[in-house]
Design a protein around this ligand. Structure first.
Ligand code: 13P
Length: 251
C-alpha cells in the first residue's frame, strides 16, 4: 500500500502564490516510491496548479464538491468541473465544513456519491470534538460518521475512498493526538470497515491521520500499523516542512 500524504491549503495562497509554491514542490520534492503526494489548493488556483503539476508525481485535490452534477447552485462547484480542472482527489466532510458550513452526514454521503460517480477519489474526513472525547463518545461519533457517510456507496467504489481521521481538538491547535490515541481510532475504523466490507478490502483502504501533523511528529504517527498517511494543514503551507513530512522515516 502506498501511503498518502496530502496538503490541505485551506483558504490560503493566492493563485500566484500557489503557482510558485507548486513549482517549488515539483522542482525540489523527492517523493519516495512507496508514497503518494497530493495538494489541495483553493478553487481559484486549481487550474493553474494543475498545469504546474502536469507530468509530475504530485496529484491535485479540491477541498470541497457539490452533490449535484450541475444546476442553479450559486457559488458551488461540481465533481465534473473538478475533474475538468485536473483534480484526482477531493476532500469531503472536513470538520470545518461540518462545523462552520452546516454539512451533515447525509449531505456528506451525497457528496461522496457525486464524487465517486465522476471518478474523483474522496478523502473522507471524520473526527470527534473535544467535548465528545471528554464524555467518552469518540468511537460512537466516528461510527456514526462512517456508517452514515458510506451507507449509499457501492461496494465497487469503496476502494477509491481514503478515510481521514481528524480529531477536531487537534486541528490547528498544535495539540496532536499521540500516535497511540490515533492508532486506537484507526484500528477501530479498520475493524468497522472489515465488518462492513470484509478483511481484504478493509486491509487495502488507507486511513490518514490529520491534526497538527508536522515534521517532528510524522515519523512516530506513520510507524503505527493502521496509519497509512496524513492530511496536513498548516505544515503543508511551508515547502520545507511539507518536504520533511513527505520524506518521513518510520521509526
Ligand atoms: P492542521 O495540520 O493545521 O492542524 O490542519 C489539519 C487539517 O485540518 C487538515 O485537513
Amino acid at each position: 500500500m502506498q501511503s498518502l500524504l496530502a496538503g490541505n491549503w485551506k483558504m490560503f495562497k493566492t493563485v500566484r502564490e500557489a503557482e510558485l509554491f507548486a513549482r517549488g514542490l515539483v522542482a525540489e520534492l523527492d517523493i519516495p516510491p512507496d508514497r503518494e503526494v497530493v495538494v489541495a489548493p483553493a478553487f481559484p488556483a486549481l487550474c493553474t496548479v494543475a498545469a504546474v503539476l502536469r507530468g509530475s508525481a504530485i496529484k491535485l485535490a479540491a477541498q470541497n464538491v457539490h452533490d449535484q452534477a450541475q444546476g442553479a447552485f450559486t457559488g458551488e462547484v461540481s465533481a465534473g468541473m473538478l475533474i475538468d480542472a485536473g483534480c484526482e482527489y477531493v476532500i469531503v466532510g472536513h470538520s470545518e465544513r461540518r462545523a462552520l458550513f452546516g454539512e451533515t452526514d447525509a449531505l456528506i454521503s451525497r457528496k461522496l456519491s457525486a464524487a465517486l460517480a465522476r471518478g474523483l477519489k474522496p478523502i473522507f474526513c471524520v473526527g470527534e470534538t473535544l467535548a465528545a472525547r471528554e464524555r467518552g463518545a469518540t468511537l460512537t461519533v466516528i461510527t456514526g460518521q462512517i456508517k452514515e457517510g458510506l451507507k449509499n456507496i457501492d461496494l465497487g467504489d469503496i476502494g477509491n475512498i481514503a478515510i481521514a481521521y481528524e480529531p477536531v481538538w487537534a486541528i490547528g491547535t498544535g495539540k496532536t493526538a499521540t500516535p497511540e490515541q490515533a492508532q486506537e481510532v484507526h484500528a477501530f475504523i479498520r475493524n468497522a470497515l472489515q465488518d462492513a466490507y470484509g478483511k481484504e478490502l478493509a486491509g487495502e483502504l488507507r486511513i490518514l491521520y490529520g491534526g497538527s501533523v508536522n515534521s517532528g511528529n510524522i515519523a512516530n504517527l506513520m510507524s503505527e500499523k493502521d496509519i497509512n498517511g496524513a492530511l496536513v494543514g498548516g505544515a503543508s503551507l511551508d515547502a520545507g516542512s511539507f518536504s520533511e513530512i513527505v520524506k518521513y522515516k518510520e521509526v
